[in-house]
Write a protein that binds this ligand. Structure first.
Ligand code: FMN
Length: 222
């Protein structure tokens, strides 16, 4: 995989797609990665290829989609929002590295077309495909508002922060705060907001992937 921070910098939400199925090669690689994630996480994520139904009923303004025929259904055991975010973002970045664009979608898809299995929950879907464009970087709150203690911080912490700020969050709310907490411990807090726990999992994935899991442990505050 290309350097993970570069992949994160290239990823933006894409809502207008070329009306195409994923190539066989891309579908195969993503399916293989989905299988690995499911085996490790206990989730039952599935890839839908060339299936336009879930994106037919676009809402008029925020979140209207065009040409989307492929998506991931993020399904798993109930009350596991944070892991849904964590593993979903792993797959988003895996796809981005292949040149496949994406968008997390919690609201603006046709929910009746995507059914959960017994005892399972569908957290979100993730649109996948070849964008009409690569999207644009999201506006961000100032780095020092989101992440405390950057000045004089070790390299891994600064890299983690850089990754966290690039994380997608629902309605771009960035309702998380990160701060150092002792030498190799990092505190992360999810503030109130839509999909706060899914966002938390996504942001943690970004921070970990850039900082290196071996360099720190999480201290979590609710
Ligand atoms: C959990 C979650 C749910 C989202 N739900 C929707 C949605 O229902 N419709 C939509 O158009 N975008 C949705 N988004 C995309 C966000 O609006 C987008 O990630 C955010 O504005 C940041 O932009 P970026 O992804 O380009 O960095 C969602 C994002 C996340 C993380």
């Amino acid at each position: 995989m290309e350097d993970i921070l570069s992949v994160m910098k290239k990823r933006h939400s894409v809502r207008r797609y070329k009306n195409l199925p994923l190539t066989e090669e891309h579908a195969r690689l993503i399916n293989e990665e989905v299988e690995k994630v499911n085996a490790e996480s206990g989730f039952s994520i599935r890839l839908m290829v060339d299936e336009p139904e879930a994106f037919k009923a676009g809402k008029p303004h925020y979140g209207s989609f065009a040409g989307c025929r492929n998506y991931l259904v993020i399904e798993g055991p109930k009350k596991n929002d944070e892991l849904a975010g964590y593993w979903g973002e792993h797959l988003v970045l895996f796809a981005q590295n292949l040149g496949v664009n994406s968008c997390w979608v919690a609201l603006t898809y046709e929910k009746s077309k995507v059914k959960a299995g017994e005892g399972r929950e569908i957290y979100v879907v993730i649109a996948l495909g070849y964008g009409e464009s690569e999207g644009v970087p999201h506006k961000s709150k100032p780095a020092d508002k989101l992440v405390k203690g950057l000045e004089g911080a070790p390299d891994w912490y600064r890299k983690g922060a850089e990754g966290a700020i690039l994380a997608p969050t629902a309605i771009n709310q960035q309702q998380f705060r990160i701060e150092p907490c002792g030498e190799n411990t990092v505190k992360i807090k999810a503030l109130p907001g839509p999909c706060r726990k899914i966002d938390l999992g996504i942001v943690k994935y970004h921070f970990e992937a850039c900082a290196g899991k071996e360099n720190f442990t999480w201290f979590e505050e609710d």
